[in-house]
Each structure stands twice: as structure tokens, then as C-alpha cells.
Write a protein that binds this ligand. Structure first.
Ligand code: 5AD
Ligand code: SF4
Length: 436
């Protein structure tokens, strides 16, 4: 039944990871179905919803500041404010109560209850649902995606790894895999709708399992669907990266030659404290196996500096992995203690902000130089790029299969594949001329 209430115009803002982007598309679909509409303007909205992230303290703090700012700006206007996603489960106790500036709260497994929660909030009662489920996978709800190049496709939800620094197992709950039939059906629909790229999402895609399907089988069947030109996935955990997956990547034309392989630390002692269940040597062996099977594959990573007890010697081990592997790019973070995690319970956050800062600066300097040198190897070569966003005559951008940004000076349409002869490189990407 359509909801005829006029106060149903929603402004939805998404923070954090790709899984949250995907969830926001699910939320749009669930609420549009019930007659709610969406606006790009906070001022026009009757309901403001923030789909939040709590992976690091800075992310959470930003949201609390934003809620305070919005309330101030709204100046008594009765706009409802809702907190969705990871902060809803992580910060529930701080968000509830009479003094709260938030009207409703919905955790990552509660989005189907949103219409109900909003209706209660309209009666001036704070409403919430942050129950985590072992089953909910939103199967059968087709996300309202923005037209463009890439479609996110979640193949699983939650995480059972319990890396000691990470809040995700607590905010997103237990791991569950979606049925392969429904994933493949959705992928066929995406191909029919003309999305050239599909990115399969999960907190740890290699632990995907459903019936006779594991991740290599699933991605192989997605790659056989006609019309999908590029398939990406994120993220695998280095602890279980089967060679069958590397072989599938190597032998499938439309699976991008890129893996995002989060290292987190190069010190086996720290990796153990992080409960990553692999050592520095295991990681280096995995990288050589991947490169042996698929020689030109690009490898990117995530690294945390300043985990509790990290010494200069531990940090040097991380730099050593950086130099040995020569990642194409690295996303680097200062350790941020998250309440309720194993690391918070077991260790003191004993690395000072100054030392964390020094280490991240040193790490980024070395990595930028490596990224620059790796990118310079493309100079003189012609690469294929997929145009991912609206450009101009002066600046148009695409991405290679290996995830490198390529800029050129001619306007091409989003979704076009272009050939670019590279004449310049920075740590950030490549620049070249269109070849006809
Ligand atoms: N502190 C800093 N970085 C973190 N990450 C996850 N949890 C934390 C934390 N507590 C980083 C990891 C992960 C990426 C998504 O965020 O590197 O791979
Ligand atoms: Fe995504 Fe992690 Fe942030 Fe949750 S905490 S939104 S899973 S990045």
C-alpha cells in the first residue's frame, strides 16, 4: 500500500565502505516501494537519514558533529533524523534517550523495518531496531542503483573473523552467504540493464560458501554471463586465498587483473596480536604464488600503523613487506581503538599520536614512491580504460582493468572503453592521449 503521508521526502547520506553504498541502494528500494521519495537537498527533506560507519573513531565523531550541526541548522524544524548502519549498533546507548537529537535508529539488519520505525518516530516517540540476525540477507530486494558504470553486488553479509582491531563483527553481525542462484539472477539482470562492471562485495569474499558453491565457482559463473565486461571483488583475506581463485582470474578475460589484499601489518608478532592468522612469510609466499599464476596482476592493500605494542622493529617489518611486494597502492590508517573489540579489551592504546603520525608519514612516503615507479612503467604503453564519470574536453577520466586512474584531454561518454597512450605518470595515476 502506498503511504499518502506528505512528510515522506528523504535525504539519505552514505558514509564508509562500498557495502554501505550497496545498503543505501537497498534502503532506497525498500522505502520507494512504500511511497517515500528521495531528495538531494537536506533543506527540502522531511526525513534525514545518515547511513553511518564506525570503523575508526574519526568516522563516528564526524557523524555526531553532523547531527549536532543539522539540528542547529534546522532551527526547530520538525525534520526527523535517523541513524542507520554500523553506528546504530555500535553507538546505540549514546544515541538513545530523552536528550538525543536522533529520532530513529536502524542497524544493518533492520532496514525492512524502516517504514515502521519512521512512522513511530513521526508520533514523537524515539524508535529503534538494531537486532542483528543470522539470516537476513535482503535476498529478493533489488537495490535502486544509480545509472553508471559500476553495480555493487553483495554476496554475503557480516564477518566471523574477529580481527582484534575490527568492530565490523559487532556492528554487522555473523557471516552469511547469499544463495548463488539469487546472486547469478541479479548479475544477469545487471548485464541486461547495461552495467559494464559488477563488483562482488563481502567482508571476506573467500569464505563465501553456499551449497556446492565457493567463491571461485561463484565468480567463474558470474564471469560467464554475457554482457558483463568487468568483474571486480572485495575484499579477500590473505588467510584463505585459494589458488583456484587466482587461476580463475588469470583465465577469465572479464575478471579484472587486480586484487585488494589487506596486509594490515608486516610484523608476524603484530599479525598474531591482530588475530590475522597468517605471518609475514605466508603473505609474501601468497603474493609470489599469485604473481606466478597471474604475472601482471595489480595488488593493492590496507595497512594499520600504531597497533598496540608496535615497536620500531615491527614497523620496519611492514616497510620491508612494502618494498618486497611493491604494492600498486596502499590505503593506510592509524590504529583507532574501538570500544568492544578484542584489542580494546586486551591492550592499551599505547602508541602515541605523534609516533602513529610519524609512522604513517614515513609509510606513505615510501609507498608513494613505489606507486610512482610502478605507474612510470606504463609510460609509452597503450592501455585500455573504462570511462567511469562525466568528464570535460579538458579532463576525462577512466580506470584500467588494474584499477589505475587514467586521465586524458577529450570528452568521452561514461561507459566507453578507450585506448590511451600514456605519456606521464604520478603516484596517483596515469595521463595520456586518446588513440583512435
Ligand atoms: N583502526 C584503524 N584502521 C582500521 N581498519 C579497520 N579497523 C581499524 C581500526 N580499528 C582498517 C583496516 C581495514 C580497513 C577497511 O580499515 O585496514 O582493512
Ligand atoms: Fe563499512 Fe566497516 Fe564502516 Fe561498517 S564499519 S560501514 S562495514 S567500513
Amino acid at each position: 500500500m502506498k503511504n499518502m503521508d506528505m512528510r515522506n521526502n528523504i535525504f539519505l547520506k552514505t558514509f564508509g565502505c562500498q557495502m554501505n553504498e550497496y545498503d543505501s541502494e537497498l534502503i532506497r528500494s525498500i522505502l520507494s516501494e512504500k511511497g517515500y521519495t528521495f531528495t538531494e537537498s537536506e533543506q527540502e527533506a522531511d526525513i534525514i537519514m545518515l547511513n553511518t560507519c564506525s570503523v575508526r573513531e574519526t568516522a563516528s565523531r564526524k557523524i555526531i558533529e553532523l547531527v549536532n550541526f543539522l539540528r542547529h541548522q534546522l532551527n526547530g524544524k520538525p525534520t526527523l533524523i535517523g541513524i542507520l548502519g554500523c553506528m546504530a549498533t555500535d553507538q546505540k546507548l549514546n544515541l538513545l534517550g530523552k536528550k538525543s537529537k536522533v529520532d530513529f535508529i536502524a542497524g544493518p539488519d533492520s532496514y525492512q523495518k524502516l517504514p515502521e520505525l519512521i512512522e513511530i518516530a513521526k508520533t514523537k516517540k524515539q524508535s529503534f531496531d538494531f537486532e542483528l540476525s543470522k539470516e537476513i540477507d535482503y535476498d529478493g530486494i533489488y537495490p535502486t542503483r544509480k545509472k553508471g558504470v559500476n553495480a555493487w553486488l553483495a554476496i554475503m553479509r557480516g564477518c566471523d573473523n574477529f580481527c582484534t582491531f575490527c568492530i565490523v563483527p559487532y556492528t554487522r553481525g555473523r557471516e552469511r552467504s547469499r544463495s548463488p542462484q539469487s546472486i547469478l539472477k541479479e548479475a544477469r539482470k545487471l548485464a541486461a540493464e547495461g552495467f559494464p562492471q559488477v563488483t562482488l562485495l563481502g567482508q571476506n569474499v573467500n569464505s563465501y560458501h553456499a551449497g556446492d558453491y565457493n567463491f571461485p565457482r561463484l565468480i567463474k559463473e558470474v564471469s560467464a554471463i554475457k554482457g558483463i565486461k568487468r568483474i571486480r571483488f572485495m575484499s579477500p583475506n590473505p588467510k584463505d586465498f585459494p589458488n583456484a581463485l587466482v587461476e580463475t582470474i588469470a583465465s577469465s578475460d572479464n575478471i579484472c587483473k587486480h586484487v585488494h589484499l589487506p596486509l594490515q601489518s608486516g610484523s608476524s608478532r603484530i599479525l598474531d596480536l591482530m588475530n590475522r592468522t597468517y605471518s609475514k612469510e605466508n603473505f609474501l609466499t601468497l603474493v609470489s604464488q599469485i604473481r606466478k599464476t597471474c604475472p601482471n596482476i595489480a595488488i593493492t592493500t590496507d595497512i594499520i600503523v600504531g597497533f598496540p605494542t608496535e615497536t620500531d622493529e615491527d614497523f620496519v617489518e611492514t616497510l620491508d613487506v612494502l618494498k618486497k611486494v611493491r604494492f600498486d597502492a596502499a590505503f593506510t590508517f592509524k590504529y583507532s581503538q574501538r570500544s568492544g573489540t578484542i584489542a580494546q579489551k586486551k591492550f592499551k592504546d599505547d602508541i602515541s599520536p605523534d609516533v602513529k603520525k610519524e609512522r604513517i608519514i614515513a609509510l606513505n612516503k615510501i609507498q608513494r614512491n613505489i606507486s610512482l615507479e610502478e605507474n612510470q612503467k606504463c609510460i609509452g604503453k597503450t592501455v585500455e580504460a573504462l570511462v567511469e564519470e562525466e568528464g570535460t574536453e579538458k579532463e576525462c577520466r577512466g580506470r584500467t582493468d588494474s584499477f589505475k586512474i587514467v586521465s586524458f584531454n577529450e570528452k568521452r561518454a561514461v561507459g566507453d572503453f578507450v585506448k590511451i597512450k600514456i605519456h606521464d605518470a604520478s603516484f596517483f595515476g596515469l595521463r595520456g592521449k586518446l588513440v583512435d
